[in-house]
Structures are given as structure tokens and as C-alpha cells.
Design a protein around this ligand. Structure first.
Ligand code: ZN
Ligand code: FE
Length: 256
């Protein structure tokens, strides 16, 4: 089983998983990077998994379906390119002999879903979380509330620490600059920011991350930590409770 991050647009990743000549892609905002990879690796596309309705995640779906005949899966409650199998939390998708578990993660969009793949003997579990969780950050709240995003992030945070976090954008450095403003004394964060800076200077991807690391460095997963609470309340003195602190962090990041 191989996992590839195909760059698309300026900072998207289309995740491609393949084994024995068959492939699955997640959030193909563009068809061409996927068609190129399929040709290069001589793969048959079996399934297309989509996390939410934004164009940079679905733009390549129709062309890929026409070229490959792949089945399309996506969120039950969003406007999507038809036809597709509509999914919600608790549903499962089988592809490449793997089992993908669907998790509802509203917040960035109202019907956003994530895909968690627990079993793959030769690799760590994988999470395809679209624009909900980024390394060092989270998605903007376009359609959901801070409380929804908090519950979504809590559900993801409960996954095994070894889980590979496959986010849909290379936003890591900008996120870490903000995270360091929130927690300037977090040693894990300082070390990770240096490591990621080094990777990006060599034009390497910072992803996938993993959940154990995100719990140590991502302020949006740390809204119950004293230093993060204190920083959120410096930005918005009226912020109370984990979702209030998350709302304050999100607002602060939007104008950072
Ligand atoms: Zn999006
Ligand atoms: Fe996006």
C-alpha cells in the first residue's frame, strides 16, 4: 500500500492511495494531477472520496469519473456532482480491500465528512480530513459554529496517536507562525516549526502529520490547555469555555 500527496492548484494536496495496480483518491479538485499519476504508476482508479463541496475538492470529479469509471463517494448533506454514494457519520466505504470509516466533522462546511482507515498491516492508520484539521491549524468556519468545530476536532483527536493526518492543504508554516504566537514557550512546537521550515525550504511536503504530534502543537486541539486558554482570553477577554476559546483563536487567526 502506498500513499502519495499529489500537489494541485497552489497549495492543495490530492491524496492517492494505491495497491496492486488499483487506486483511491481523496478530494480531486483537479483531474490532471490524478490522471498523470495514474498513467505514471499504471493504476486503475477504483474510487473517489470527497470530504466537502468546495470547488478545490470536487473540481476534478466529473472528468475523473468519465476517464476512469471510478465510483464517487461524498457527504450526504452537501451539494455534490451527481451521481454519487452519499455518506454520513458511521457509514463505511470498502475500497482497495480497505475499510474507510466516515466521521461527521461539521464546521468548515455544514456537511463536511472525514474518512478514517484503521487497518493496513504495513502502515499506520490514515485520516483524510479535508479542510477540518490542518497541521497546526483548522479550517475556517464558513458554515458551522465554533461548538460544532470543537466537537469535530474532539472526534478526530480521539483517534489513535499514530494516525497519519492527511490534510488537503499545505498551510503548515503559516499555521505554525500563528501557533507560536499563541504558545511561544511550547518546546514541541518550536522544534516542529524548525523541522517544517527546513522541509519547505527544500520544497518537501510537511504532510502527513500524525495525531499524537498535533495534540502537542496544534492550538485548535489544545483549547483546554492553560497557556492556550490564557492567550485566547488575552485576545478576547469575554471568551469562556472550550468552544468560546476556540472561537477566539479562530477569529484571531483570521486577522493574524
Ligand atoms: Zn474547503
Ligand atoms: Fe480547500
Amino acid at each position: 500500500m502506498k500513499l502519495l500527496a499529489l500537489p494541485a492548484f497552489s497549495d492543495n494536496y490530492i491524496w492517492l492511495l494505491h495497491d496492486k495496480g488499483r487506486a483511491v483518491v481523496v478530494d480531486p479538485g483537479q483531474a490532471q494531477p490524478v490522471l498523470d499519476a495514474l498513467a505514471r504508476e499504471q493504476l486503475q482508479l477504483e474510487a473517489i472520496l470527497v470530504t466537502h463541496h468546495h470547488d478545490d475538492h470536487v473540481g476534478g470529479v466529473q472528468a475523473l469519473r468519465e476517464h476512469t469509471g471510478a465510483s464517487v463517494y461524498g457527504p450526504a448533506r452537501e451539494r455534490m456532482p451527481e451521481p454519487l454514494t452519499r455518506l454520513q457519520g458511521g457509514d463505511r466505504v470498502q475500497a482497495l480491500g480497505l475499510d474507510f470509516e466516515v466521521i461527521d466533522v461539521p464546521g468548515h462546511t455544514a456537511g463536511h465528512i472525514a474518512y478514517f482507515c484503521r487497518v493496513a498491516n504495513d502502515m499506520a492508520p490514515m485520516l483524510f480530513c479535508g479542510d477540518t484539521l490542518f497541521s497546526g491549524g483548522c479550517g475556517r468556519l464558513f458554515e458551522g459554529t465554533p461548538a460544532q468545530m470543537l466537537a469535530s476536532l474532539d472526534a478526530l483527536a480521539a483517534l489513535p496517536g499514530a494516525t497519519q493526518v492527511c490534510c488537503a492543504h499545505e498551510y503548515t508554516l503559516a499555521n505554525l507562525r500563528f501557533a507560536l504566537a499563541v504558545e511561544p514557550d511550547n518546546g514541541d512546537l518550536i522544534r516542529y516549526a524548525a523541522l517544517c521550515g527546513d522541509k519547505r525550504s527544500k520544497n518537501l511536503s510537511t504532510l502527513p502529520s500524525n495525531m499524537a504530534l498535533e495534540l502537542k502543537i496544534n492550538p485548535f486541539l489544545r483549547t483546554r490547555c492553560a497557556d492556550v486558554i490564557a492567550a485566547a482570553e488575552r485576545f478576547d477577554p469575554s471568551a469562556r469555555g472550550p468552544s468560546g476559546h476556540l472561537a477566539a483563536l479562530r477569529q484571531w487567526k483570521n486577522q493574524f
